[in-house]
Design a protein around this ligand. Sequence first.
Ligand SMILES: [Zn+2]
Ligand SMILES: [Zn+2]
Length: 309
Amino acid sequence: MEITFLGTSAGLPTKERNTQATVLSLNPLLNEYWLFDAGEAVQHQILHTRIKLGKLSAIFITHMHGDHLFGLPGLLSSRSFQGGENKPLTVYGPVGIKSFIETTLSLSASHLNYPLEVIEVEDSDCFERHDIRIKVGLLSHGVPSYGYRLEFPDQEGRLLQEKLVAEGIAPGPVYREFKSQDTVYYGGKVYDASTYRAEQIPGKIITFFGDTMPSINEEKLAADADIIVHESTYLEGDLGLSHQYHHSHINDVIKLAERCQVKLTLINHVSNRYHQQDIQLLEARIRREAPDFNFRIARDFLSVSVNMV
Ligand SMILES: [Zn+2]
Ligand SMILES: [Zn+2]
C-alpha cells in the first residue's frame, strides 16, 4: 500500500503546492484507490500520476472548507469519461456534502454514468469496506471537521514450508489446507495447521485527519497508529495564533505523536506562506529539536510506502 500526496498547501494553492488531496493505494490488498479530500485541481494532479479514476472507489471529505472540497464536482464529472462508467463510487463527508454534490452537478447539468452513494458522517460512526474498519471522529476546527481512522485486518503469517518439508510433507495442494485451516488430515495423521504458519501480522492502522487544533478525539483516532496524516499549518512561531485559527502547530503534532505512540507522522496542510526551501530548513530544525519524532513533511507527489513502517 502507498500514500501519495496530491496537494499539501493550506488555504490557497501556491506555484509549488496544490490544495489538499491525499490518495491511498490499497494494492495489493485491493486494486482500488481511496481519496482523502479533493482540493481544487485534484483531477489535474491525478493526470500526473498512474492513478485511474475508474479504480477510485471511495472519497472521504474531512470538512467543507474549499481547500478540501472545490475539486470534487470536476473530479466526479470527469470520472464518467475516464474509466469510471458503471463503477460505483462512495463519497463520505460532513452534513452538507450531499447537497453540495447535488447542487453543483445539477446546476452545471452534469450527469454521472456510474452509481454514486453519498454518506454524511457523524462523530463515532464506524463503517466497513472489504474488512477494513473506518472509524470517524469529530475534531476541533470551528466547522465540523473529521478524522478517518482505518484499521486493516490482521494478515495470516506465511506458511513454514521448510518445517513441512522436514516432516516429509512435500509441496502440493495440501499446502493450501495448511495455510487456511485449523486442522489438516494427511497421510493418516492429524496436524495442528497453525503450528506450520508464522505468527499473524497485525493489520496496519492509518489515520487521515482533517484540519484541527488539539482535541480529545485526536488521541482516540491516533492511538497506536502506524501512520497519521496530520496538518501542521504552522511549522514555527506562535502556538496561540494557530489555535486562534483552529489549526495545529508543529509542537501540537509532535506531542500527539508522542502520546499516541505513532510510528510515522506525515505532515500536510502546511501554510501557503512557506516556499519549498523554507520548508526544508524548518524540517531540519524540527529534526534537531525533536530527534525522536519520526516524520516527513509532505510535498506534492511525495509517495510513502505503508509497508515500510
Ligand atoms: Zn484547510
Ligand atoms: Zn479548514
